[in-house]
Structure formats: C-alpha cells, structure tokens
Design a protein around this ligand. Structure first.
Ligand SMILES: [Zn+2]
Ligand SMILES: [Zn+2]
Length: 246
C-alpha cells in the first residue's frame, strides 16, 4: 500500500477516535496537564475534575526548527513511554515508509497528528492529546483511562533523585551506604530494571545488624522499619549500593 493511502486510513480512524474521546471526557476542557514519564501516566485537571490516563509519547514537533522528532530518537524521553520502535520503524522498513524510519526530519505542523494516527493503528490507543511546551508540540497517545487512586498509588512508586532523575523507588535501612560492606539482605532476588511479580513488590534492603533483629522478630516487622530508619532512594542508587556491598 502506498504511504498516502495507509495514512488516509489511519487518519480517518483517528478522527473517529478523537470524536469519541471528546464525547466521553470532554478532553479539551481541561485546563492543566502533567505527565509522569516513569510511570507513564498523564493527569489532566480543571477546577472541578481530575482524570488520569496511561499514555505513550509519539514524538515532538518543533515550531522553531520545523522538524519532527520521534520519541525513540529522543534521549529526553523516558524509555517507559517511547513508542515501540520495532512496531513503527520495523513496519516502516518493511513498507519503505520513510517517515517511520528516520528519527528526525524537517516537516510541517500536521505531521504529529499524522504519525500519531499511524501509531494508534499499529500500536493502539484511544486518542491523542497534544500539549505544547514553548516551541514543542508534544504528541501523546492515550491508551487507557485509569482510576485516580490507582494513578496516585502508581506515581508514589517513583522518586526524584538528584543524581538519577526520576526512577522507581527503593527502600534501604539507614546503615547501608555505597561501600559500607555491612551486608545487603533482601526479601527476594533483585536486579536492575526487573519487573516485579506482584503489584505490591518493592526493592527493600537492610544490613547485617538489621537482619539480626528481623530474625528475632520473625519478619520485617514495624519495629525493624523503625529501628532501621529505612529511607527511600532511587532504583539506580539502590543497585549501586548493592553492587558495592555484595
Ligand atoms: Zn541496618
Ligand atoms: Zn539515585
């Protein structure tokens, strides 16, 4: 199929989706937005209402340089929200669609909507949200409405680290530091970037001293948390400490 024909199909589908999205959520009435790249959640709010969606980021159009940049080509976009490069670029290569192959290229204002419609078709989504920051038009595909409480719970699982930006949170007892060589006990085997088996799982580590108390208590009790004065660090810091302690 010629690129133009494929695009026409996708664009038609997107227009229907946008109509439905607006009917369901009156999406353009929200006055502020905030997205959280690590958790992949965008929050839209107005004085009397807040809603949350899961999303992925298609890319950005710069009105200053008049160029399009795919999220997978943008180092500032967290890997948790970039488009699936295999699905887009792979499809582009298979069909010789240049716009899906090049990470960044000169283009026109509408390109973001066009490529977003293609992403909705190839990857999925329920519509597009397009906030603007300075000269950047950010194209975001919404994939699912989620409950506000769930959104808050998921967002609290991430922490801003002064060295590593925003990452998953982890808990360590006050005695663990980089190179402290005083053990590194955990309740399950961990590695960086792992996916947790259960929704409530967290990275938690404690030292040899805290381990003695844990054994006495028969588990990581309230007392262990109190006496260990556990604190929150980012996932990257956690594994740095783990590496230097084991
Ligand atoms: Zn400790
Ligand atoms: Zn960190």
């Amino acid at each position: 199929m010629a690129y133009e024909d494929f695009l026409t199909d996708c664009f038609g589908e997107l227009q229907k989706m946008q109509d439905d999205l607006n009917k369901a959520y009156d999406i353009n009435s929200f006055t502020s937005w905030n997205y959280d790249q690590p958790s992949g959640i965008i929050t839209l709010s107005k004085p009397d209402k807040t809603i949350n969606f899961r999303y992925y980021q298609v890319g950005t159009y710069s009105t200053a340089s008049k160029t399009w940049k795919w999220s997978w080509d943008n180092e500032n976009t967290s890997k948790n929200v970039v488009v699936d490069i295999e699905k887009i670029k792979g499809f582009g290569i298979a069909n010789n669609y240049e716009n899906l192959i090049n990470g960044e290229f000169p283009s026109y204002d509408e390109i973001g909507w066009e490529l977003s419609s293609i992403c909705c078709n190839l990857i999925g989504g329920i519509g597009v949200y397009r906030p603007v920051v300075d000269h950047l038009k950010i194209h975001i595909v919404l994939t699912e409405l989620i409950d506000n409480d769930l959104a808050e719970r998921e967002k609290t699982k991430y922490v801003d680290c002064e060295n590593h930006e925003r990452r998953r949170r982890a808990f360590i007892c006050q005695h663990l530091k980089e190179g402290s060589k005083n053990g590194f006990e955990e309740s399950f085997e961990t590695f960086e970037d792992m996916e947790f088996e259960y929704e409530d799982d967290d990275f938690v580590a404690w030292c040899n001293e805290c381990e003695k108390l844990r054994i006495k208590e028969g588990g990581l009790s309230e007392k262990c948390w109190e006496e260990g004065k556990f604190k929150i660090v980012c996932e990257k810091c956690y594994f740095k400490i783990k590496e230097t302690n084991t």
